[in-house]
Design a protein. Structure first.
Length: 406
């Protein structure tokens, strides 16, 4: 049996993630419009969004350690129930007209804290669900669902907000967490056998030691830190400004949609495609993300930008699955959530630097020069891990063979 959906536990997990992702994709639009409807203040919205983001950084490592200490299935049930409660309270406050900034910010802080515990558990649980089946196919299914919902979810949220208001959209998000909790409670996981009980700080140190002991992990995560800094800073901040002066807002929207389509297509294609050196192939594909940056900086027409954005999206989709599959196959499951937490923290810690630094750089050097330089830096950083033999030589485990009928 090599098809993940033939496994009942994975079907429950996939269903729970599908529903939860739909709610999560609706949440950003819903919370933004709900807060603005109630407060008419962009400052309030900034505080609420920050209240949710800060605990993701503060508690991510703790979440990884906890996910390695206890049953990940139980942790996911509790975190989804907690998220349903927090979003339900937020919805009640907004729908009833009892909006208060401190109350909304508090429940969103709790929601962000729960997410910090959920994310490492999600990345660690997949190998337990598909043991002996096929990690890559499981990751392909999950990534395809996530990418498809990321396209449709905001539109669905916009429709709910337009028809009934942002508070009801948040209530819908709360309901999806309840469904996800029910699905996670149905998982049939191997019995959790914790090792000798140690202090949480010791677990964090052990996770950091394990992270540092894997050169291929450190090299790839360092590359992610640079590429995320460039992508968020240059593409998200300078991209619209540069596009406005060259191809226009409508064409820029087409470019962004094309990139999203590329990610979706490659995520689905990776269900069938198998590569012996999966991580190396992922790194080379990921470097295609430099193309739209260079094309944008050189003020090329939309006819250059669209195919380059498609190529970048295809490469991003391949790399995402290559990375998750490589971690799941080559990192001990008892350490996987902690390694994933350090991965997330280091990968995204440079994002604010890019967001803050890009404007002064553009003012000093010019938008176009910074965008082109960003593209070159992106491509170089994506390819840099291939300088390490541990990255080049990492091989994917053989595809599981179907169990013969008896």
């Amino acid at each position: 049996m090599t098809r993940p959906l033939q496994n009942s536990s994975f079907r429950w997990f996939f269903t729970g993630r599908l529903v939860s992702l739909l709610g999560s994709s609706m949440a950003p639009v819903a919370i933004a419009f709900a807060v603005l409807e109630s407060s008419h203040s962009a400052g309030d919205l900034g505080i609420v969004l920050a209240a949710r983001s800060i605990p993701l950084v503060l508690f991510l490592l703790v979440g990884g350690a906890v996910a390695d200490r206890m049953s990940r299935g139980a942790l996911l049930v509790m975190s989804n129930l907690g998220a349903a409660l927090t979003q339900g309270i937020a919805a009640l406050l907004l729908v009833s007209g009892a909006y208060h900034l401190s109350a909304i910010a508090s429940v969103e802080f709790l929601n962000g804290t729960l997410t910090a515990f959920t994310s490492p558990a999600l990345r660690g649980i997949v190998p337990q669900l598909v043991a002996g089946i096929d990690n890559q196919r499981a990751n392909s299914l999950l990534a395809t669902a996530k990418n498809a919902i990321s396209v449709a979810g905001p539109t669905a949220s916009g429709l709910v907000v337009a028809a009934w208001g942002g508070g009801w959209a948040i209530a819908a998000d709360a309901a999806t967490y309840l469904v996800a909790a029910f699905c996670m409670a149905r998982l049939d996981l191997p019995e959790h056998a914790p090792g000798p009980r140690s202090a949480l700080v010791q677990d964090l140190r052990a996770g950091w030691s394990a992270f540092r002991s894997l050169p291929w992990v450190c090299a790839t995560v360092a590359a992610f830190a640079v590429t995320n800094c460039v992508y968020v800073g240059v593409w998200n901040v300078l991209g619209p400004t540069t596009a406005k002066a060259s191809i226009g807002a409508v064409s820029w929207g087409v470019v962004l949609s094309t990139r999203a389509v590329g990610v979706l297509v490659s995520s689905a294609a990776m269900y069938r495609v198998r590569l012996r050196r999966l991580l190396s192939a992922g790194q080379m594909c990921f470097a295609l993300g430099a193309l739209p940056l260079v094309a944008l900086g050189l003020r090329r027409s939309v006819f250059w930008l669209v195919p380059s954005a498609l190529a970048a999206g295809l490469g991003q989709g391949v790399m995402g699955i290559a990375w998750d599959t490589s971690l799941q196959e080559h990192v001990p499951n008892a350490l996987l959530s902690r390694i994933a937490a350090y991965d997330d923290l280091v990968s995204f810690i440079a994002v604010p630097i890019g967001q803050v630094a890009v404007a002064p750089l553009a003012a000093a050097l010019g938008d176009a020069h910074v965008v082109v330089a960003g593209g070159i830096l992106f491509g170089a950083a994506a390819l840099a891990p291939l300088l390490f033999r541990s990255v080049r030589g990492l091989e994917q485990k053989p595809k599981p063979q179907p169990t013969p009928a008896t």
